[in-house]
Write a protein of this length. Structure first.
Length: 275
């Protein structure tokens, strides 16, 4: 199976499991590499209640070291962060990137600007009521503009869950290509890799991130791909990767990307397995 580069640790306060259990699960799932990319610190602290604090970064690196020790020569362990794209975050991301010899940084849009209240973490279930009262098309426009700006920043190796904005099933009517195309253009121009994140299959939207249509456009535009589970528990490492390989192949992909110290290699996608 391809590498799984998007996974979390208990330091983010909403994931469970010891590093040894994640490594054992990764070995069982047969992923080619196991990458850890927990929710990165954000200032001013506490920014919210679902990420590590800045002073916990050394503990995070020790957690990754424990995984590496347990894996021994059996599995490559990669060190990353899932960073939040927010207006004006550039200097902070650059600081974070210099704090450790990361293998890659993932950029994610979890926060959207709001005129009245500043930024809100739209994918947090606590905002379900707020979603019901929103102009979905306007929100999608805001989201995809932020996603394109994140790509253009050039700060990240991998761009996380491309259409996370659909998480709760709030999707505008009509052909969604009008949102996808400008984002795909921006990502292609940036040279960033995107992820096919299988967690969406377990959310109200019931679909992987991104949607197959987005993935087809991305493949046609030459955007490289990684697969990811966004695991928040050991049993979720490599979850749904057989299905993800099928979706990636159907979109035209034949390989995925591997990262080491922010350098890329590729590995071929496996052939489709039995359904
Ligand atoms: Zn999380
Ligand atoms: Fe995320
Ligand atoms: Fe995540
Ligand atoms: Zn994520």
């Amino acid at each position: 199976m391809p590498a799984d580069y998007h996974s979390h640790t208990p330091l983010c306060r909403h994931a469970t499991g010891e590093p040894e259990a994640y490594v054992d699960a990764a070995l069982l799932a047969g992923v080619s590499e196991y990458g850890i990319a927990d929710h990165a610190p954000l200032l001013p602290e506490p920014f919210d209640d679902w990420r590590m604090l800045e002073r916990e970064l050394p503990e995070y690196c020790r957690w990754i070291e424990r995984a590496r020790t347990h894996a021994g020569g059996r599995l490559a362990i990669r060190a990353g962060l899932e960073c939040d794209w927010l207006p004006g975050c550039e200097a902070w991301i650059e600081q974070l990137s210099a704090r450790h010899g990361w293998d890659y940084l993932i950029g994610s849009v979890h926060y959207l600007r709001d005129e009245a209240s500043g930024a809100w973490d739209f994918d947090n279930p606590k905002w379900l009521g707020r979603w019901a009262a929103q102009d979905v098309t306007a929100l999608w426009t805001t989201y995809w503009n932020a996603y394109a700006a994140m790509a253009e920043s050039g700060l990240f190796d991998i761009l996380g869950h491309p259409d996370l904005v659909k998480k709760f099933g709030f999707v505008p009517a009509g052909d969604l290509a009008r949102f996808y195309e400008p984002a795909v253009d921006a990502v292609a121009a940036s040279g960033c890799v995107i992820e096919l994140n299988t967690a969406g299959w377990h959310k109200p939207c019931g679909e992987c991130y991104p949607a197959p249509r987005f993935l087809e456009l991305a493949c046609s535009a030459g955007i490289p791909l990684v697969l990811s589970s966004d695991a928040h528990a050991p049993g979720e490492i490599g979850r749904d990767f057989v299905q993800a390989v099928r979706v990636a192949r159907a979109a035209g992909y034949k390989e995925t990307v591997l990262f080491e110290k922010r350098q890329r290699r590729t590995e071929p996608l496996p052939e489709n397995g039995p359904v």
